[in-house]
Design a protein around this ligand. Structure first.
Ligand SMILES: *Cc1c(COP(=O)(O)O)cnc(C)c1O
Length: 496
């Protein structure tokens, strides 16, 4: 069963939690109990088999054949490698490449299976309605969600991205999806404004009623949806199994995990893997210049009222990390009263302060650090020159924070850095970094090909033909116009 971080809804089954996406009156679903699994019993499985085993532990009420079908995505050719998530050695750490899916970012790991889980959840709870999936994106979720839900019967998907806040490749990917059920809107504002506006829609009773009249219900493909987060737990087990099999570690030895973090979903999945019994030591939360999380770990104050920076790692340009709420819920000893009061403060004052014990518990599990834009570019260049390996800017944030941490603390524990995007997705930044050029004026399409020519690395298939594809209609609106946009687009009657 699933409970709310704010204690404001009765227990829900997995199907209910996934179908709802988030608690309608605010709050996120977390599993009431966290299953335990012995990693040694998982040896010898392929990725699909591992995913089946792990996800089954969380989805009691879905028919077993649904998961059997869903995990096939990892082996049916849509990932461009036989091992969908290879662990590669680079210098003194392992890099877990999570970007071999159709959209070249790690979001595919979950968003390829979410449509199966969501469709089945809707059916399991007996809803006859169609689902309208609302997704705020800092760039990568949007495309991965559009690709996952494109032409899936019984669903429509609307994606909202910050106008001017995503990379040219990301924008192009989103607007060339096609499909009869996909909608894309550019919101004037940053990702946080976009995400807050979309979250507010979930709690709008008026819109909900209007949707119901059209036989539609809302759900979310953001990592606020448990169905989106859970598939991400699998690859941490996969990383550990590969490290153990490759002789990088002794069986049972603890490893560190570094995660370039934005909305805190990916690193939270690592935390749940640890709680499930995977031998993980520190989880290292790496931020870019938008370093609100680093500050929190330093002084216990989460302060989102600060300058917002557009960086070379746009998918991490986030000041309100939604899934941090789930982490704090666990770190406070599941104190929903504290969560309610902190998140009320965040809404009204833009900040909150955690108590000392919660902060101590946070630091016990996680280390936080951040990387500057210069540090990111330098890391990309250095790693390429030394190891012939290309990092995208997000992964470079992780590498830089890890290098600083290791230097400062001398911690030689085997460490896996999650690589969250293909370098080609941010080719112009990567190319500038290699050329020691800090400007980013180069043409994004040319950069894609120049990077390939320069390094001999192949452009992922999903990015190759982008510039030739026809673009669909994109609506531009303000955050407070999203309501009207939905009403217009989905013929929900008059404006409110
Ligand atoms: C989404 C994303 C991140 C941030 O992941 P969270 O789960 O939101 O913390 C980092 N890098 C890339 C490339 C992403 O697409």
């Amino acid at each position: 069963m699933y409970i709310s971080t704010r204690g404001n809804i009765e227990k829900q089954t997995a199907a209910q939690a996934i179908a709802l996406g988030m608690v309608p009156q605010g709050g996120l679903f977390v599993p009431e109990t966290i299953p335990h699994v012995d990693w040694q019993e998982l040896k010898g499985k392929n990725y699909a088999g591992l995913a089946l085993k792990i996800m089954n532990l969380f989805l009691d009420d879905l028919p077993p054949e649904v998961l059997d079908e869903a995990v096939k995505v990892y082996g049916d050719g849509r990932f461009d490698t036989t091992n969908p998530v290879p662990l590669t050695d680079v210098g003194n750490c392992g890099i877990l490449e999570l970007w071999h899916g159709p959209t070249a970012a790690f979001k595919d790991m979950a968003l390829q299976v979410l449509p199966y889980l969501l469709a089945s959840s809707i059916k399991t709870i007996g809803l006859q309605s169609e689902v309208l999936i609302l997704t705020a994106t800092s760039g990568d979720t949007g495309k991965a969600a559009l690709e996952g839900f494109k032409d899936v019967p019984g669903t429509k998907i609307a994606v909202f991205y910050p106008d001017g806040g995503v990379s040219p490749v990301q924008e192009r990917q989103m607007i060339t999806t096609g499909g009869s059920n996909t909608y894309v809107a550019a919101v004037k504002g940053n990702f946080d404004e976009c995400q807050t506006a979309v979250k507010n829609i979930f709690s709008s009773p008026v819109l909900k009623q209007k949707l119901a009249q059209k036989n539609l219900v809302f759900s979310s493909a953001n990592s606020i949806n448990w169905g989106r987060l859970m598939p991400q737990i699998v690859y941490y087990f996969w990383a550990y199994l590969q490290a153990a099999e490759g002789g990088k570690i002794k069986p049972g030895e603890q490893i560190n995990i570094v995660v370039p973090t934005g909305n805190f979903g990916n690193i939270l999945a690592a935390y749940y893997a640890k709680r499930m019994g995977l031998p993980l030591a520190y989880l290292i939360c790496a931020s870019n210049k938008n370093n609100v999380l680093t500050d929190f770990f330093r002084n216990g104050v989460y302060d989102s009222k600060r300058p917002f920076f557009l960086t070379s790692s746009p998918s991490m340009d986030i000041l309100i990390s939604s899934n941090f709420e789930r982490f704090l819920y666990e770190m406070s000893g599941r104190d929903d009263e504290k969560i309610r009061s902190w998140f009320a403060d965040l809404t009204t004052k833009g900040k909150f302060e955690a108590d000392g014990q919660t902060l101590q518990e946070c630091r016990h599990n996680m280390i936080a650090g951040w990387a500057s834009e210069e540090g990111v570019a330098e890391t990309i260049r250095q790693v390429y020159e030394e190891f012939d390996y290309l990092l995208d800017p997000h992964t470079a944030v992780g590498m830089k924070v890890y290098a600083d941490y290791r230097k400062k603390n001398g911690d030689e524990t085997y460490t896996v850095v999650t690589s969250t995007a293909s370098p080609f997705k941010f080719a112009h930044h990567v190319l500038n970094a290699l050329n020691g050029d800090t400007g980013n004026e180069s043409d994004p399409w040319e950069a894609l090909y120049s990077l390939s020519e320069r390094t001999g690395w192949e452009i992922p298939i999903g990015l190759k033909s982008l510039s030739q594809k026809a673009a669909q209609r994109v609506t531009r609106c303000n955050p407070d116009e999203i309501n009207e946009y939905l009403i217009r687009e989905f013929s929900l009657g008059t404006c409110i």
